[in-house]
Write a protein that binds this ligand. Structure first.
Ligand SMILES: *[C@@H]1O[C@H](CO)[C@@H](O)[C@H](O)[C@H]1NC(C)=O
Ligand SMILES: *[C@@H]1O[C@H](CO)[C@@H](O)[C@H](O)[C@H]1NC(C)=O
Ligand SMILES: *[C@@H]1O[C@H](CO)[C@@H](O)[C@H](O)[C@H]1NC(C)=O
Length: 312
């Protein structure tokens, strides 16, 4: 009888150890997956949860690109900053008009909620570079439309079609070949997010606004407040030249007109909506730029953390 009790106790201890080991292995595997782009890890949870998992595993180093000169401490400092922002995402966004869907970066100055043409040229050299080549950009678009070629993506909800040159950090080679000079020009923009390779936040596209009435509550929110989205009107046709009928409504009340040879920029992490009150299709060039407060090292770091390979 005594022996049986001892045997039973031993058995219980054995079972507990087994269960503990299995759980431990599972937790370790889950938290510190050696491959930051492992399909199992990437396939689960929201984008933010996935990034947090990668940053929490110490193997972030394993996908750091060799060319950077930043010291280990600097990298760790930036890493902690980004991770803290991600972990506190929900709290940071409550009572905030900015509601980026993926990443909110604390402490960026907010004077930039929109910038109109004249000020934009002072803030961003990129905009002056684009405007300087306006004729070329417009010409290439007209040829593109005549050829009726390339890959347009339809966004049925927002009634527009998008001709991506870069989508979520990935170059669309077919489309870029169809606009070779535009492509070359894009490589010269100092603050474009595409100047950091493979960043999820980087898009460049031709946006075509369909002549469609949208319900007034279709507000959109961008993925992060780290970027400033700028638009250059390439083929915007006004119905009545006195009336600016093609515009973006930023933060529910501010109208930013979309016109030919004219640029606007805004922080797309707050609510916004495109409006086309004409009977014509409207074509604009959209380029994502970094928020000017972000340092070069922070931009590089963000580009590595929010890598285009996260996009599924
Ligand atoms: C983004 O825009 C909102 C309003 O549209 C503004 O309150 C906020 O401060 C802006 N943030 C940045 C970083 O510019
Ligand atoms: C855009 O153009 C159409 C023309 O068919 C016009 O009827 C409509 O009011 C405009 N759309 C809006 C509000 O988005
Ligand atoms: C790009 O990112 C947006 C926003 O996260 C997402 O809705 C879209 O599906 C992505 N596109 C691709 C091709 O992954």
């Amino acid at each position: 009888m005594r022996e049986q009790v001892w045997f039973f106790r031993l058995f219980i201890v054995f079972v507990i150890i087994c269960v503990y080991r299995v759980l431990l292995q599972y937790v370790l595997k889950y938290r510190h997956c050696p491959n930051p782009f492992c399909s199992k890890c990437l396939g689960s949870g929201t984008m933010r949860e996935r990034v947090i998992r990668i940053l929490e595993g110490n193997d972030f180093n394993s996908y750091r690109v060799g060319e950077t000169k930043e010291s280990k401490e600097e990298a760790e400092r930036l890493n902690t900053l980004v991770l803290t922002n991600l972990l506190e995402h929900k709290r940071l966004l409550s009572k905030n008009i900015e509601k980026p869907t993926i990443y909110y970066h604390r402490g960026l100055s907010s004077t930039l909620y929109y910038i109109e043409h004249a000020n934009l040229l002072k803030t961003y050299r990129d905009c002056a570079i684009l405007l300087d080549k306006y004729d070329m950009l417009r010409q290439e678009l007209i040829i593109l439309l005549q050829q009726n070629n390339g890959k347009w993506k339809i966004d049925p909800i927002n009634k527009r079609s998008l001709f991506y040159l870069y989508e979520n950090g990935t170059e669309n080679e077919l489309n870029c070949k169809l606009m070779p000079q535009t492509f070359e020009l894009l490589q010269t923009l100092p603050n474009a997010i595409i100047s950091n390779a493979d960043c999820l936040f980087a898009n460049v596209m031709i946006t075509c606004l369909d002549p469609m009435i949208l319900p007034s509550d279709t507000q959109e929110y961008g993925v992060t407040n780290c970027r400033i989205r700028c638009h250059l009107g390439l083929q915007c046709i006004a119905q009545d030249s006195d009336n600016k009928e093609v515009y973006i409504v930023a933060n529910k009340y501010k109208r930013l007109p979309l016109e030919n040879n004219h640029m606007v920029a805004y922080n797309d992490s707050a609510a916004h909506q495109y409006v086309n009150n004409t009977n014509y299709k409207q074509y604009i060039l959209t380029v994502d730029l970094w928020h000017p407060d972000l340092s070069t090292s922070m931009r590089k770091h963000l580009a590595k953390v929010f890598h285009s390979r996260l996009s599924t």
